[in-house]
Design a protein around this ligand. Sequence first.
Ligand SMILES: Cc1cc2nc3c(=O)[nH]c(=O)nc-3n(C[C@H](O)[C@H](O)[C@H](O)COP(=O)(O)O)c2cc1C
Length: 197
Amino acid sequence: MKRLLRIDTSTRKDDSHSKDLANRYEAHYKNIHSDTKVCYRDLSQSDIPHISQNFIEAMFTPTADRNQTMQNTLQLSEILIGEIKDAEIILLSVPMYNFSIPSSLKAYIDHISRVGETFTMDENGFTGLLTGKKLVICAAYGAVFDEMKQMDFVEPYLKSLFGFLGFTDIEYYTIEGTSMLGPEELDRNKNLLSSNF
Ligand SMILES: Cc1cc2nc3c(=O)[nH]c(=O)nc-3n(C[C@H](O)[C@H](O)[C@H](O)COP(=O)(O)O)c2cc1C
């Protein structure tokens, strides 16, 4: 059995291009691995809070020394880390908002990036602990980025962050021009992208 963690981050309930692309990837993956078990996490519905002073204090207190309040503060973080550790493949759909990622995804990343849990650090530097997994990112951008690629902070950030956490197998698919192109052209481009899955 394959365990796939699907993380959606678009605020759009319907007509989300990033979710459409991820739906196509999920269908493709299930076609190959019919025994796939999917865990869904929709960040637009999850209400993941910004991290707080209490969160940081709890996170940096050794596990054995955490009191009940600290354990409660870290509860959601532990659940999210458990989900990603448990998966063999993570399918992340992400819209570009203001040239970067949605703030809900940043809050998620702040909850899963924890020393001792998803990375370690010592005198030799940092080591990611989320190893042996595949990450597939399906992104949607409103503009076409040919000549303004330096404004794309989604792809370099997500590849760097998840690389830091241990991922070496990362596939990145982008449907561009969702605010500019017509539905037929977008569908054609999605079909082209899907043929490379
Ligand atoms: C709040 C907001 C900010 C956006 N900022 C950008 C942007 O900086 N650059 C861009 O190319 N498109 C931007 N867009 C357009 C989205 O990237 C585009 O609509 C994309 O399809 C969103 O993904 P979705 O269809 O999965 O919701 C923005 C859209 C919204 C709602």
